[in-house]
Design a protein around this ligand. Structure first.
Ligand code: PGA
Length: 900
């Protein structure tokens, strides 16, 4: 009997053979390691859930045998279903669910060509482009790294299976090897027991750089050079927040910042050293058989490599010299020897450009021989590309802190320096006037002879650490400082003041223009702040101190926050607010004569801006993507999008091609339509906003309802990130971080942040023909509705209702849940009407298959979660209950994907 396999013969479901195969092996593992009893029980519950999902049985817990499980069996059962979901994810990713048609640079270039946009125009854009996925440590990845590693090993083995191999390269039977990996997964503890530290987060992300980004980016460029017929500058980078984002995370301080950069530098240099080592083995050209230009001979001579066996091999000698210099660079920058120290001694490189220059000499030498094929496309070309992309710093590390902290710190600095006794009492105009005066003066405010509060001392230490990092690794290592909850011009100026304390802001002096070594970037993240953003930026650009700095840099970044604006105003209002803010910012930047760079702070779940990045980038308003874009990649999304080299290539292709299309493709809708559509969206957004605010912020008891219905309190206990779960000790929804807000609604399958309010808006909107027209022809609304549809398909109010007994006040539960249920029905019906479908995902067979295959496996997990929550909240203190809740959270998140 096969186990944990998807429902056989269900109509409209294309079976994924890998899911069947891996499901069967998982069943074998459960039988072998969990025993026949557990296997049979699991299989029985699975079959019953599938039947129930197909409407064959009632919806009673008792029907499935779930309530008969002992606590130990419950834990094993949840683990089994979690592993099934993990393997199903793996199988889906392998089948290219992630790859969207046309989401690659070759297709984008062809599409642009069909609109009359030439290769040269694409190359011109790329000459000043910057495309950056920025990895953050936002706590939404519930899986331990060890589990992900096992999963990746299974993916590698499955590739051998695809190739028709029966054995691994080590001679093992392939199926037995896969079985063994699944058995290891089965016996690996899925929950982290220890708290996660910032250093762990830094190490975790480094693995992605070593295994994926360092090799993948140069390979992509090699591919793109063929498509474009030319070598574009290195416009694709990878950024990081890990060790620099301290908004609400007191554990990120100066030492963590320094550690992140030091480890990044080591990873980059060790990677280059390995590449040089391999090149040394490869470039055995002899002066007897090849003409070698003088520059290479000089490099060989300078290397100090006197080995007689290499006397006629100048390339090898040159590379030994480069190796020695790079190894010395590692010691100079990080204080530690590289993994494979050099045999020769050499002088450290001062900058990555100097290192690159030597590599280019070698490449030019190779190019001057024969047809030049040895110089391009090969390992040396890739190494040069890697150095351009990753420098000695690996990833640009952003700093981030909350505007409220900056305000307090600047106030204290001003007070202690005797400049202003009560900065916080000043109005915005007075603050700006005072800060401008300070920015025009190079004298620092802080003094090492004064004492400061711990907060101020910590903030001063971190800008000092950033300045030190600039001296060590060069200015590319930190170039962005994000200001969370930015609401005013003074919020930006305060950061420049702090940078000035460490010499990172220089006032105009002796005819020299002012200079900012790090850019202060506002993060607008509430509906009101998004509306105010254009005025704030216009006023900021209008300040003479700032105008000079911005002009010299040539561009300015603005970050927009998806999660918090969604929590503040609901799905459609947030999405539309982000669109409008970006659109209104474009002319402000044009007037200031500076390039606009938007940084999208989005997570995986739709309530946090998740969904297809390819569609989302293309759906940006005209003129807001000018070849420059940064996007956060967080938590579970990092493993999903960059877990393996193939998947990473697919996703980086999608991001790059979408940026090209958004920047260069002619506007798809006429000006008249744009105005009509905007009017319609304003109306929809207004109705949705009122409905959402009324429910979430205007309903007596809503906070209690939310806190009792969902596992929000239990989520805080998961050890999935270094930062504390909330900023303040308050239970107000306003104070809750967006991640647990979205995460907990997903667990209870309500997924409210992804849709609530939209139904009210769609119902009330009278011009249904216009709505349908927009839904069909406007990329913005198409993409917004596609994400909405995915959320609706994953939500299930029947299951959500099972959580209702957890709410103490049953009358309250009934009335609020009734409103949610009505809102869901309205959203569902409104969506189908607007998109002309008869059921959800009618036009997205792949996603429908994926979701429908999963649903029967999630439901028992939800039912068990409810039972465990009941017992936990009733005061039962068996630690297995707590563990079961956390496992169920983990399993549901894994099964739903993008739920955090
Ligand atoms: P934040 O992020 O809580 O760090 O501001 C919000 C999010 O990404 O959801």
């Amino acid at each position: 009997m096969a186990t944990l396999t998807p429902p056989a013969g269900a109509p409209a479901i294309t079976q994924n053979p890998d899911i069947r195969y891996l499901g069967r092996l998982l069943g074998d593992v459960i039988r072998a390691y969990g025993g026949e009893g557990l296997y049979k029980q699991t299989e029985y519950i699975r079959a019953a859930s599938v039947d129930r999902a197909r409407g064959i049985q009632g919806a009673d817990l008792a029907d499935t045998g779930l309530d008969a499980l002992s606590l130990d069996d419950t834990l094993s059962f949840v683990r089994g279903f979690m592993l099934f979901s993990m393997l199903a994810n793996l199988a889906e990713d392998r089948q290219g669910v992630a790859a969207e048609p046309g989401a690659d640079v070759a297709s984008a270039v062809a599409r642009l060509e069909s609109h009359g946009v030439s290769h040269d125009a694409v190359l011109d854009l790329l000459a000043h482009s910057l495309i950056v996925p920025v990895l953050t440590a936002h706590p939404t990845e519930v899986r331990r790294k060890s589990m992900i590693d096992h999963k990746n090993r299974i993916a590698d083995l499955m590739q051998l299976k695809d190739a028709g191999r029966a054995e691994t390269p080590e001679g093992e039977n392939l199926e037995e090897a896969i079985f063994r990996q699944i058995a290891l997964l089965w016996q690996t503890r899925p929950l982290r027991r220890e708290k996660l530290f910032v250093a762990d987060e830094i190490e975790n992300v480094l693995a992605y750089f070593r295994d994926v980004f360092l090799p993948v980016l140069p390979a992509l460029y090699a591919r793109w050079e063929r498509v474009l017929g030319a070598r574009p500058q290195s416009f694709l980078r990878v950024g990081s927040w890990i060790g620099g984002d301290r908004d609400g995370n007191p554990f990120v301080q100066a030492p963590q910042l320094a550690f992140a950069l030091q480890r990044g530098c080591q990873a980059a240099i060790n990677y280059y050293l390995d590449a040089l080592h391999a090149l040394g083995a490869e470039l055995s050209l002899s002066t007897e058989l090849a003409h070698v230009p003088q520059a290479v001979l000089d490099l060989a001579e300078a290397s100090g490599d006197l080995s007689p066996s290499r006397k006629d091999e100048p390339y090898r000698r040159a590379l030994s010299g480069i190796y020695a210099r790079l190894a010395a660079t590692c010691v100079a920058l990080t204080g530690e020897q590289p993994a494979r120290p050099a045999k020769l001694s050499g002088e450290a490189y001062a900058t990555p450009q100097d290192f690159r220059r030597d590599l280019v000499i070698v490449a030019q030498g190779l190019a001057s021989e024969g047809d030049g094929a040895l110089a391009t496309g090969g390992a040396l070309g890739r190494l040069i590309r890697a150095v351009e992309t990753f420098g000695f710093h690996l990833a640009t590390l952003d700093m981030r802190q909350n505007s409220a902290v900056h305000e307090r710190v600047v106030a204290e600095l001003l007070k202690v320096a005797g400049v202003e006794a009560d900065y916080l009492a000043l109005d915005e105009y007075a603050r700006i006037a005072l800060l401008r005066k300070e920015l025009a003066n190079n004298r620092p405010l802080g003094s090492r002879f004064s004492s400061y509060s711990e907060e101020t001392a910590t903030e001063l230490a971190i800008v000092e650490a950033a300045a030190q990092a600039h001296r060590t690794y060069g200015p590319q290592c930190i170039s962005h400082y994000i200001i969370s909850m930015a609401q005013s011009v003074s919020d930006l100026l305060e950061v420049n003041i702090l940078l000035k304390e460490a010499g990172l802001w220089r006032a105009a002096d002796n005819g020299e223009p002012p200079h900012a070594a790090i850019m202060a970037i506002p993060l607008f993240e509430t509906i009101g702040d998004l509306e105010a953003a254009p005025n704030i930026m216009s006023a900021y650009f209008g300040l003479p101190e700032i105008a000079g700095v911005v002009k010299a840099r040539g561009h300015q970044e603005v970050m927009v926050g998806y999660s918090d604006s969604n929590k503040d105003g609901g799905y459609i209002t947030s999405t539309w607010g982000l669109y409008k803010a970006s659109q209104a910012l474009a002319p402000v930047f044009a007037e200031a004569g500076t390039g606009m760079q938007l940084f999208h702070g989005r997570g995986g779940a739709v309530g946090r801006g998740g969904g297809s990045a390819f569609a989302a980038i293309q759906a940006q308003p005209k003129d807001t993507v000018q070849g420059r874009i940064r996007i956060t990649e967080q938590g579970e999304v990092i493993a999903a999008k960059f877990g393996t080299r193939d998947v990473a290539m697919t996703n980086l292709e999608a991001m790059t091609s979408a940026t090209l299309l958004a920047s260069l493709e002619p506007e798809g809708i006429s000006t008249r339509d744009a105005a009509r559509f905007a009017g319609a969206m304003d109306e929809l957004s207004k109705t949705a906003f009122a409905a959402y605010r009324d429910l979430v912020y205007g309903t007596e008891g809503f906070r209690d309802f939310f806190r009792q219905l969902t596992p929000i309190q239990e989520i805080a206990g998961l050890k999935i990130g270094s930062r504390p779960a909330s900023r303040k000790k308050s239970t107000a929804i306003e104070d809750l971080r967006a991640i647990p807000w979205v995460f907990s609604w997903a667990q209870a399958r309500v997924m409210l942040p992804g849709w609530y309010g939209v139904g009210h808006a769609l119902t009330a909107f009278e011009d249904k023909a216009l709505l349908a027209h927009m839904a069909q022809h406007w990329s913005f609304l198409k993409s917004a509705l596609a994400n909405l549809e995915m959320v609706l398909a994953k939500s299930d109010l029947g299951i959500a209702a099972r959580y209702l007994p957890l709410v103490e006040d049953q009358a309250l539960a009934g009335s609020i849940f009734g409103r949610i249920r009505d809102g869901w029905a309205q959203t569902h019906d409104g969506l189908l009407a607007a998109t002309g479908q008869s059921r959800l995902l009618d036009r997205n067979a792949t996603l429908e298959t994926s979701i429908r295959l999963r649903l029967p496996y999630i439901e028992p997990l939800n039912l068990l979660q409810v039972e465990l929550l009941k017992r936990h909240r009733a005061g039962e203190d068996d630690p297995r209950i707590r563990e079961g809740i956390e496992l169920s959270i983990n399993a549901i998140a894994t099964a739903l994907r993008n739920s955090g």
